[in-house]
Ligand binder design. Structure first.
Ligand SMILES: CC(C)(COP(=O)(O)OP(=O)(O)OC[C@H]1O[C@@H](n2cnc3c(N)ncnc32)[C@H](O)[C@@H]1OP(=O)(O)O)[C@@H](O)C(=O)NCCC(=O)NCCS
Length: 143
């Protein structure tokens, strides 16, 4: 078992997050865009996993109240990424569990995320964290 240290993300982590994101998706993301994702607003929880002093992965969650007219505050998991060199070692699960614990600590009982139907990697990951499919459909209008 790898000893991954889970901690809050900081702006110094952004270049490493960009590197991990590009490694996973093959797409470039600029540092300002990534920084905006972790700027610590009150509703944001941004966690990183460090292995031997190097950022191996990250997870970003946000709480939001009153979505679709709901009374409850929802904990959204917005982004998760593990460096492919550090996968299948339980680090992603450790990050996910910690984020869920933080949401629970805030009194948040409903946690959601959106995943593509055919992204079996992420579907299996979220299922292992206890999330289940809900009978909703995501709709969008695109120019
Ligand atoms: C999903 C992801 C976070 C998992 O991280 P990880 O550290 O490799 O996962 P873990 O080793 O902690 O495994 C957690 C669970 O997910 C499951 N899982 C992980 N990778 C899987 C895969 N490729 N296929 C099926 N299941 C998988 C494991 O079986 C495990 O379940 P278990 O605890 O019931 O055995 C990682 O693969 C990833 O970053 N994927 C890309 C995500 C992405 O596209 N992000 C958007 C850009 S940042």
């Amino acid at each position: 078992m790898v000893d991954a240290k889970i901690r809050e993300l900081e702006l110094d982590d952004v270049p490493h997050m960009v590197r991990i994101y590009e490694k996973i998706t093959g797409e470039k993301i600029d540092e300002d865009t990534m920084s905006a994702k972790i700027e610590h607003g009150q509703s944001l929880t941004a966690l990183g996993a460090e292995v031997d002093g190097v950022l191996a992965g990250f997870i970003i969650g946000e709480s939001e109240q009153g979505v679709f007219g709901e009374e409850e505050t929802i904990g959204w998991i917005n982004m998760v990424g593990l460096d492919p060199d550090h996968r299948n070692l339980g680090i992603g699960k450790k990050l996910g569990k910690e984020l869920i614990n933080r949401f629970h600590g805030l009194g948040i009982k409903i946690i959601r995320t959106i995943v593509e139907d055919e992204d079996y990697n992420l579907l299996s990951y979220f299922k292992s964290l206890g999330l289940t499919k809900v009978p909703w459909t995501v709709l969008e209008l695109k120019d």
